[in-house]
Design a protein around this ligand. Structure first.
Ligand code: SAH
Length: 215
């Protein structure tokens, strides 16, 4: 898309992502394409491509570009997948995913955030994103199983409904740990068995719900 931020986005890819382990060319292309500044309020647009998270209202944040790219890369998408995201927030992560898979299903518990994200999806004509207001710790049973699942809020454990809704050979990335700091977990389902590998430490806002924190 042509906008005043094309060069800034390319610089973000070259300076923040490529030197720090993001090698999947499709992920780099999606990060160069999706206009991150449209997912924040006007006053923050100039900072949208900085190497840090940004507030999106309701005490929530969009992750730093590197974290979005690293979690997306871990899902190993080829273009044919159904992907479930928990925590739509601004809609930025869902938008990046939508460039890389067949269909994105995204669940958010705060109505005003979901409404804002839906407006941006429409503006950008990202029609392969389906969204829903609900407690995402329960997953989204109707369209299960999913080839990949990404959770963009941190909880005390991996919600069992998400494990159940992951397809065989599916991948999930999810921050798990304390309220203030978590470790990214990479979960793989092979012949019905779950394998968990720990990645880097991260700071996400809380995953609140039946299989998350209480409030
Ligand atoms: N992926 C988002 C970042 C979202 S921040 C983006 O790209 O902007 C985390 C989001 O998770 C918040 O919007 C928060 O409201 C949401 N959230 C927390 N617990 C949730 C739950 N149980 N179900 C759905 N969304 C949840």
């Amino acid at each position: 898309m042509t906008d005043g931020f094309v060069t800034v986005r390319e610089r973000m890819v070259q300076e923040q992502l490529q030197p720090r382990g993001i090698m999947d060319v499709r992920v780099l292309q999606a990060m160069a394409e999706v206009p991150r500044h449209l997912f924040v309020e006007d006053a923050l647009r100039a900072q949208a491509y900085g190497d840090h998270p940004l507030p999106i209202g309701g005490d929530q944040t969009i992750s730093q570009p590197l974290v979005v790219a690293a979690m997306t890369q871990a899902l190993q998408l080829t273009g044919t997948e159904k992907v479930l995201e928990i925590g739509t927030g601004s809609g930025y992560q869902a938008s990046v995913l939508s460039r890389l898979c067949e269909k994105v299903y995204t669940v958010e518990r705060i109505n005003s955030l979901l409404a804002g994200a839906r407006k941006v999806f429409d503006t950008l004509h990202y029609y392969n994103i389906l969204s829903r207001l609900d407690d995402g710790t329960m997953g989204w049973q109707e369209y299960a199983p999913y080839d990949a699942i990404i959770v963009t809020a941190g909880g005390p454990e991996i919600p069992q409904p998400l494990v159940d809704q992951l397809a065989d050979n599916g991948r999930m990335v999810i921050p798990v740990g304390e309220r203030e700091v978590q470790e990214l977990h990479f979960v793989k389902k092979i012949d019905g068995e779950v394998e968990v590998e720990k990645m880097e430490s991260v700071r996400f806002v809380s995953l609140i719900g039946e299989h998350g924190w209480n409030g």
